[in-house]
Design a protein around this ligand. Structure first.
Ligand code: SF4
Length: 339
């Protein structure tokens, strides 16, 4: 079953065999409001509601099969029309700001050693509609979501066209209306994708999962670094920044005894030179089978002190949602479809 998102009214009318194209607009507006049950779309004629409900069940192609909640985080497992399962998360801060964390692929081909999704391999890319439906499910939880991050399962820049089409659709004024500046694409450092994003000239934010500013260490943890080492990544970021004039976030997943030394801080400072970057420290969330350890509290403090002395702008993210595997790098395998 095809998603109705990212379709023109004519396309929706054709998919649903509607006699009157304006009915497509009514259905789209209901989807935006979180009404997915055709029977509840009361501005449609009753006979049409009943037919659509009998033919399709729901107006979405995907359905939520599990909801887990911890602290201010809600994680949804979403089953797609073909039975594949993905995850998406709503994160809320204390100031009533809600952020949707969306997946762009089922699994991921990048194989970063610290990431649970990386252990799945790539199953397939998500369609534009499947990406947007995650947002629709999260919005239907009831709070207005103002921010979106592509930090769920998958490397968004490796599913470039669908991710960009989803971004444009999520921005649509008569749709969800999310500002481009409140959307962040996260990448492990896929340089050709960063270059394509630069050319596209859509003012979204960019976050790069850096993890190490030393080529040898980074290559041992992130395969992408062998194909696109740090100097190439930095050049791509410099040109992104020249073009977009936008601060970049460097996600620095702190792995105990791996990337938290004084030397590592100096390498990071060196990488930041010439970039307007904010380093986001993320103490690693333990995933038992991955063979790393979370940094000790004193290790984190010492690294923070090093960054202060080196005048690096940084924040530290204490991940919410660890208890529901909804924290960074923890979305994955238990939800893979049984084949
Ligand atoms: S960190 Fe991102 S790019 Fe790397 S394996 Fe995990 S999901 Fe893929």
């Amino acid at each position: 079953m095809e998603s109705l998102f990212c379709k023109s009214n004519e396309e929706i009318a054709s998919i649903l065999n509607l006699e009157k194209p304006f009915q497509a607009k009514i259905i789209y507006q209901n989807l935006i409001r979180g009404v997915f049950d055709f029977n509840a779309m009361t501005s449609l004629p009753k006979a049409l509601r009943e037919r659509l409900s009998a033919e399709r069940g729901s107006a979405l192609s995907s359905k939520v099969i599990r909801k887990e909640e911890a602290q201010s985080t809600i994680k949804l497992a979403v089953e797609l029309a073909d039975g594949d399962i993905i995850e998406c998360v709503r994160l809320s801060d204390g100031e009533n700001r809600h952020t949707a964390c969306l997946s762009s692929q089922v699994g991921c081909a990048m194989g970063c050693a610290f990431c649970k999704t990386g252990t799945m391999g790539l199953v397939r890319n998500l369609t534009t509609g499947e990406i947007i439906e995650q947002f629709a499910h999260l919005s239907a939880l009831g709070e207005r979501i103002s921010h979106i991050v592509f930090m769920g399962m998958g490397e968004a820049l490796a599913n470039f066209t669908s991710a960009m089409d989803a971004i444009k659709e999520l921005h649509r004024e008569d749709g969800f209306g999310i500002s481009y500046r409140k959307m962040t694409i996260s990448t492990c450092g896929l340089v050709p994708g960063i270059r394509k994003l630069t050319e596209l000239d859509i003012p979204v934010r960019l976050a790069v999962s850096l993890v190490s500013a030393d080529d040898e260490t980074r290559s041992s943890i992130m395969r992408i670094n062998k194909a696109h080492p740090l100097h190439e990544l930095k050049n791509a970021l410099i040109s992104f920044q020249r073009h977009q004039d936008r601060r970049i976030t460097l996600e620095y997943c702190m792995l105990g005894d791996v990337n938290t030394s004084h030397r590592n801080a100096e390498e990071l400072a060196q990488f930041c030179k010439g970039l307007d970057a904010l380093v986001n420290l993320i103490p690693w969330n333990p995933v038992p089978e991955l063979g790393f350890k979370a940094p000790e509290e004193n290790e984190i403090k010492a690294f923070e002190n090093d960054l202060k002395k080196l005048r690096i702008s940084y924040t530290i993210r204490r991940s919410k949602g660890q208890s529901i595997s909804g924290a960074c790098g923890q979305l994955a395998t238990e939800t893979k479809r049984e084949k």
